[in-house]
Write a protein that binds this ligand. Structure first.
Ligand SMILES: Cc1ncc(C[n+]2csc(CCOP(=O)(O)OP(=O)(O)O)c2C)c(N)n1
Ligand SMILES: [Mg+2]
Length: 583
């Protein structure tokens, strides 16, 4: 059965817009008794069907597959195999090792008889190639069943190409949307990841060039327009730019394209303040298309934009002028933050500036958790549609290096810059070994601020003084609070030595000038390259008129907590339920 499954996986192709490509680039795996005799044997016997990649940690295999799939617009991925027991739970969590996968899988089946692999594998493929349903699929393969013989139908293992559909939104809904746009005075497009995954960026650009509608970007949608387009407002929401958040506040029509309207994008429902604001939601998933009581255009982003572009509309010159002025002001703010000259330690914004300037136009930045994703969302100047890769659907610490590995495998012709905090690095850095083993060159820049700066700053805003977020020696029962001095007695963690010990080229730099020089060396290098730099934990990028709903305790003996709660109650009053029907 395992041999049949490997042959099946090797023969899955997808086709979109006439371009056909292989769906599974290979199989990651760590073997134990639960898969070594089955899937392991099959991969060994058929190395030309599916290349096997060895990882250090099961969790990282999923990150690498995820990074690869996102970089390839979800048109290709890797399979991942783990053994039963701790290997499997390392991939997800706890409880019965099979059932733990069920709630995190878009498709799940347990294969109790060998021939059951036939319908199950086909059903799993249907989900994997569905633009709306796509996500992890799990086939739980009992140890003995993997080794069983069965009559494998030829058609099952023959080459198969799955067409990726571009579903058209309903024609009547397009007409209604065009009417809403026609009547709008201050329209705004919010571009989400769907714009990028559907290859809709050219269509989007053509449409906004004609209409003058400005575009704000979510984390997944960043890069939908190049940063220097005159209508590119940049990031929106909690981690938004001054330009995007200002235009959002006053918008009378918001056109969300391929966005899930997460808490961050809407600044916990405070981003849109016009009492009459209406929403149009273009999304392949009906679930997201209905949000904010919007007019739902259920379908492919590119198809929807092309349909809407058939209707003529332009914004008034006064609105366009305002947008362009705010965009120019924002660009100056980014310049300022890139070159703060902060001492004695540089600010993180300067590190981002140096990496951005060292990166070529098609290069990719990869990140996931900590204070970097928010700062990158605001400050990274994205020049290519696939140039910005931040896992912020979940913000998984440890995604960075493993995900960056997947990104580089999907795009070997681009330089990949992984920006990672010291906390995330310590959670999952060992895939550097895999990068060394496979000769996959990534450049990793570790920002060392001795712990969790992001959660530290959130803790401070809630009145909790950075509790539990410092990497310090325990003294008098405490591992450190913000007020106990800036860097105090930090732990003697040598991240540069750690990276070198895993086989990467590694160096530690102190100043931004040294960082620039190291980045030049890293570019010329042919092996994984890690640069470590300390940054000032307290010198953060401002928030631009945004708010995030994180509730401080309602009752506390600490005055700071009570003050934070009071500020929270005031802030929360600005949250609006968007319930108004689009009619
Ligand atoms: C696996 C995981 N555990 C916990 C968190 C919650 N969390 C978000 S950011 C963060 C701290 C990250 O520290 P570091 O990588 O050093 O970045 P910094 O905050 O210092 O910028 C934590 C603990 C998370 N996102 N992922
Ligand atoms: Mg840190």
């Amino acid at each position: 059965m395992a041999q049949a499954l490997v042959r099946f996986l090797a023969n899955q192709y997808v086709e979109r817009d006439g371009i056909e490509q292989r769906f599974f680039a290979g199989c990651w795996g760590i073997f134990g008794h639960g898969n070594v005799g089955g899937i392991g044997q099959a991969l060994h016997e058929r190395p030309d069907d599916l290349r096997y990649f060895q990882a250090r940690n099961e969790q990282a295999m999923v990150h690498a597959a995820h990074g690869y799939a996102k970089m390839r617009d979800r048109l290709a991925t890797f399979a991942c195999t783990t053994s039963i027991g701790p290997g499997a739970t390392n991939m997800v969590g706890d409880v019965s090792v099979n059932d733990v996968f069920r709630p995190v899988s878009r498709y799940f089946d347990r294969i109790l008889r060998a021939e059951q692999i036939v319908p199950a594998a086909l059903a799993a493929m249907r989900v994997l190639v569905s633009p709306a349903e796509t996500g992890a699929v799990t086939l739980a393969l009992p140890q003995d069943v993997q080794a069983e013989a069965f009559e494998v139908p030829d058609d099952f293992v023959a080459r198969r190409t799955w067409h990726i559909e571009r579903r058209l939104p309903e024609a009547a809904a397009i007409v209604r949307a065009a009417e809403l746009i026609g009547a709008a005075k201050r329209p705004l497009i919010v571009a989400g990841g769907g714009v990028i995954y559907s290859s809709a960026t050219e269509s989007l650009r053509t449409w906004v060039d004609v209409t003058g509608i400005p575009v704000a970007e979510t984390q997944a949608g960043k890069g939908a327009l190049p940063f220097d387009h005159p209508l590119a407002l940049g990031a929106i929401g909690v981690t938004g730019s001054s330009a995007a958040n200002r235009i959002a506040r006053e918008a009378d029509l918001v056109i969300g394209i391929g966005t899930r309207w997460t808490d961050f994008t809407t600044a916990s429902k405070t981003a849109f303040q016009d009492p009459n604001v209406r929403f149009i939601n273009v999304n392949v998933a009906e679930f997201d298309a209905q949000k904010h009581a919007g007019l739902a255009l259920v379908g492919d982003a590119r198809a929807a934009i092309d349909a809407l572009a058939g209707w003529s509309y332009t914004v008034e010159p006064v609105y366009r002028d305002k947008v362009e002025r705010l965009v120019r002001e924002w660009s100056k703010e980014v310049d300022r933050l890139y070159s703060l000259g902060h001492t004695p330690l540089p600010a993180q914004s300067e590190v981002i500036g140096a990496v951005n300037e060292a990166a070529g136009p098609r290069d990719v930045v990869v990140c996931a958790a900590g204070s970097l994703p928010g700062d990158l969302h605001k400050l990274w100047r994205t020049r290519d549609v696939k140039g910005y890769h931040v896992e912020y659907g979940f913000s998984t610490m440890g995604y960075e290096i493993a995900g960056g590995l997947g990104v580089k495998m999907a795009a070997p012709d681009r330089e990949v810059y992984v920006l990672v905090g010291d906390g995330s690095y310590l959670m999952l850095a060992q895939e550097l070994v895999t990068a060394v083993q496979e000769g996959i060159k990534i450049v990793v820049v570790v920002v060392d601020n001795h712990g969790f700066a992001s959660i530290g700053s959130l803790s401070r805003s809630l009145g909790s003084q950075g509790f539990g977020t410092h990497y310090r020696y325990r003294k008098s029962g405490s591992i450190g609070l913000d007020r106990e001095g800036p860097q105090g007695d930090t732990l003697p963690i040598d991240l540069a030595a750690n990276a070198a010990s895993l086989g990467a080229v590694s160096e530690r730099v102190r100043t931004i000038a040294d960082l620039r020089a190291a980045l030049t060396r890293a570019r010329r290098a042919e092996r994984p390259y890690v640069i470590t730099i300390e940054a000032d934990r307290y010198e953060s990028v401002p928030a631009y008129g945004s708010w995030w709903d994180v509730a401080p305790a309602e009752v506390s003996g600490l005055a700071e907590v009570r003050a934070a709660r009071e500020a929270y109650e005031t802030g929360r009053k600005r949250a609006r339920r968007q319930l108004r029907s689009p009619e």
